[in-house]
Design a protein around this ligand. Structure first.
Ligand code: NDP
Length: 241
């Protein structure tokens, strides 16, 4: 039995990559899960595979009403909510001079407002129950900036700051930042600049598998009340990113 046994954990962006791996890892640890993303068919298949302790609902994290309804649905299914893993994110990298304003906006909407919408959806409950844990998936890009990553890294610096603010403002609510290095997932499949897409292929030559990040998420979540893992940075051995 772990501290995760029977805990109700919500995961965004569970239709692929790190979120999907986190669902597998946390389900194996005995957590009850409610997973969200836009691609419902993938969530349904994952929930089918993992069994009756896993519920799902489509979710667009940029829509605050949809996020509220997602948390309500989780509570209706399992009777409570103990933790939220704000994992959904997008990374259409490009140089600033390409002026890809729509992509900048999408990154800000998903990576920052998505996290804030999640915090807003759970915080009143966590305050009322004097307990709760928010795990925000940031990035090594919350600590360093690379060319083509100005906006993406900007969103992840923001996630780091928001997480730290949440941590400082509450005595009974835990806040954790998970900062992955390069991990082999679907992230960046929406890069529209062919040169940047090629560079990403190069970075991915040395990459983690998503289960490495899932184990870090599990470690933070399974600590007892009173132990707040503030941040875990996980990179491939000896990698810069
Ligand atoms: P993936 O692209 O595999 O997964 C991203 C997930 O986010 C998908 O499940 C996607 O689901 C979901 N998502 C995107 N937009 C929305 C939205 N509007 N509403 C709800 N869900 C959404 O990438 P990763 O697993 O790598 O990404 C997970 C997190 O890890 C991200 O925050 C990313 O920034 C971070 N990260 C990843 C690194 C890496 O190298 N892979 C490195 C550092 C950080 P759907 O499309 O079905 O909605």
């Amino acid at each position: 039995m772990t501290n995760l046994n029977e805990k109700v954990v919500l995961i965004t962006g569970a239709s692929s990559g790190i979120g999907e791996a986190a669902a597998r890892e946390l389900a194996a640890a005995g957590a009850r899960l409610f997973v969200g993303a836009r691609r419902g068919e993938r969530l349904a298949a994952l929930a089918d595979e993992l069994g009756s302790n896993v519920g799902w609902r489509t979710l667009d994290v940029t829509d605050s009403a949809d996020f509220d309804a997602f948390v309500d649905a989780a509570e209706a299914r399992f009777g409570r909510v103990d933790a939220l893993v704000n994992n959904a994110g997008v990374m259409p990298l490009s140089p600033l001079a390409a002026l890809k304003r729509d992509e900048w906006k999408r990154m800000v909407d998903v990576n920052i407002h998505g996290v804030l919408n999640g915090i807003a959806a759970v915080l009143p409950r966590f305050i009322a129950q004097k307990n709760g844990h928010v795990v925000n998936v940031a990035s090594v890009g919350a600590h360093l900036v690379v060319p083509t990553g100005a906006v993406y890294c900007g969103t992840k610096y923001a996630v780091w700051a928001i997480s730290e603010g949440l941590r400082q403002e509450h005595d009974e609510i835990r806040s954790t930042v998970i900062s992955p290095g390069v991990t082999d997932t679907e992230l960046g499949h929406d890069i529209t600049d062919p040169q940047v897409a090629g560079a990403l292929e190069g970075w991915r030559r040395k990459s983690l598998r998503p289960d490495a990040i899932a184990r870090a998420i599990r470690f933070a979540l399974e600590q007892p009340d009173g132990v707040d893992v503030n941040e875990i940075v996980v990179r491939p051995t000896a990698a810069d990113m």
